[in-house]
Structures are given as structure tokens and as C-alpha cells.
Design a protein around this ligand. Structure first.
Ligand SMILES: [Zn+2]
Length: 140
């Protein structure tokens, strides 16, 4: 272990004891070059949580991104669900239309999509099938 004061590598352990509820080992070290002491902790290496993004990119789990999200409470029939979303765009009363036939050929009804609607600005919005999404989440 390199000394943090003089960067020499000839340091040695002079005391070793369990720390943090026995989940790590605290070691006091002495540098033979400059005589200063410092502390190191030995911990079990954990497997990092990796988030797979929609575009299949992978990035390390970042707790702050979860804390910045919104948890939606949804009810459908006798069941209620929580859905984690990045952003809430707004709330509108809409008429749900069935998906166009060319999309049904991709089996969209079994992909958590119930239909679509045309918004006031002319854009098309997908309507989620929450019970179907929930079943899919339990399958994976
Ligand atoms: Zn030193």
C-alpha cells in the first residue's frame, strides 16, 4: 500500500480490527519511509448494479436518478399499481382508439399497449395497458 504522505510503497500493517458491523476490516498502517500512520479499510467487492436503457446502452445505477423520478399510483379494475416515470407531461381526458391494423401485426396488444389517441396538437400518443405491463414485469 502506497503512503498517502510520501508516496513510498514500504508501508506495513500495525493494527487490524473489524469495522462497520464486521462487514469490513480497518487497518492502521505505518510508513517505514516517513514514519506517518494512516488507515485503510478492506471490504468485499460487490457486483455493481447496471441499468439497461431503452436503447440497450448500459450505465451504472445512480440512486439520484431514482430519487428524481415520479411514482404514479394507477388503478385498473380491482387492482392498483405503481409505475415509475421520469416525467409527468400532463393530464388529459382522451378517447382511446384501437391500434391501426399494421401495428397489430407486431403483437402490440401483448406488449403493454392498449391503443392510441390523437392529442389536441395532432400528435399521436400511445395508451398503456397497465395490467398487461404488470403481467410482463412479473414474467421478467
Ligand atoms: Zn510515507
Amino acid at each position: 500500500m502506497k503512503c498517502p504522505y510520501c508516496s513510498q510503497e514500504n508501508t506495513r500493517v500495525i493494527d487490524s480490527r473489524p469495522a462497520e458491523d464486521n462487514s469490513s476490516i480497518r487497518r492502521r498502517r505505518l510508513c517505514d519511509s516517513c514514519g506517518k500512520r494512516f488507515t485503510t479499510y478492506e471490504k468485499i467487492e460487490t457486483i455493481p448494479i447496471i441499468v439497461i436503457k431503452k436503447d440497450n446502452n448500459r450505465e451504472p445505477y445512480d440512486r439520484s436518478k431514482i430519487e428524481d423520478g415520479i411514482l404514479l399510483w394507477l388503478e385498473s379494475g380491482d387492482c392498483s399499481y405503481c409505475l415509475f416515470v421520469d416525467e409527468l407531461a400532463g393530464e388529459q381526458q382522451v378517447v382511446v382508439k384501437p391500434l391501426p391494423a399494421y401495428l397489430n401485426s407486431f403483437n402490440m396488444k401483448n406488449a403493454g399497449i392498449a391503443g392510441c389517441t390523437i392529442l389536441g396538437n395532432g400528435s399521436i400518443s400511445i395508451i398503456l395497458d397497465i395490467p398487461n405491463l404488470y403481467q410482463m414485469a412479473q414474467t421478467y
